[in-house]
Write a protein that binds this ligand. Sequence first.
Ligand SMILES: C[S@@+](CC[C@H](N)C(=O)[O-])C[C@H]1O[C@@H](n2cnc3c(N)ncnc32)[C@H](O)[C@@H]1O
Length: 323
Amino acid sequence: MLPDDLRTALDQVLSRYSPHDLSRSVALLTERYRAGHSAEGAHLRTEADIAAYAAYRMPATYAAAVTAMRQAAALTPGFAPRTHLDAGGGTGAAIWAASQIWPSLRHVTVVERDPDVIDLGKRLARTSPALRGATWRHASLRPGMGRPAADLVTMSYALGELREADRPEIVRWLAARAAMVLVVEPGTPAGHAVICAARDVLAADGMNIVAPCPHDGPCPIVPGRDWCHFSVRLPRSALHRRVKDATLSFEDEKFSYVAATADRRPRAGARILRHPRKRKGMVSLRLCTEENEIRDVVVTKRQGDLYRQARDAGWGDRWPRAE
Ligand SMILES: C[S@@+](CC[C@H](N)C(=O)[O-])C[C@H]1O[C@@H](n2cnc3c(N)ncnc32)[C@H](O)[C@@H]1O
């Protein structure tokens, strides 16, 4: 799924480190992550840690960001951003993703607090004609800091790393004069809670929620019972498999996201919240509807075209109707 130039650049960077060092860094990062630290980025200590992070997480965060962006772009035809600001940009997964979805982008700024992470991000971006001119700003995000105007503003797997008390102000800061804001977090109950809170701030700020929710109302998912998340399957390269000590040739990255626009967009239909269950002659869908309800529907063969659409539909896709 990674663009070829990014895959090649990553492989080149990773070839400088011994597989043993990379595997050790990945094991350490994974251990810290499992111990309940969601702030993966905060644990990058050495150059090998940063390279290992890029090897084992960047393909997944890229895949999550590009999938969320594709859904947002499908609902905003004609949106052709020229400027992009990516906050907490790490090694640049979201700028690579945005350059795939919106080739109109011309001016890209990344704000990142770790200079060594910026170094690697820059090295990777240099290999892309669309990204080699990006500005990398070394700064710690804080409410009220100056920032360039941007049509598209993203924050991928980083909002949850900020202090909870700072997040609403940072989300308002992201939204200031942006035509679209997109926030992505891990697809965990905690990640969904961060997204829900960001979504509330964006809606209260007058922004229009475009994806994944087909409504601006409160999220109908009851915390503690379920959480809104999606999944993207991505291939693992041989190096990736070695670094991760894994045998499977793919992995499923779970993510939560919200995209909001400054202008109102016509909206209709529903969002598919689970893998559709396909049985002989029928498909069961769990939908979040424009009336902000969760609804389980069954589409049968007798529904002709709609049935064929349901057979092709996937978790996270839009669904044209609420029943
Ligand atoms: C988990 S990484 C995600 C990186 C990238 N956005 C991605 O999707 O792969 C989080 C990044 O946010 C950065 N970060 C965390 N808090 C920050 C802050 N207050 N200011 C700037 N960057 C921050 C970390 O240094 C790290 O690079």
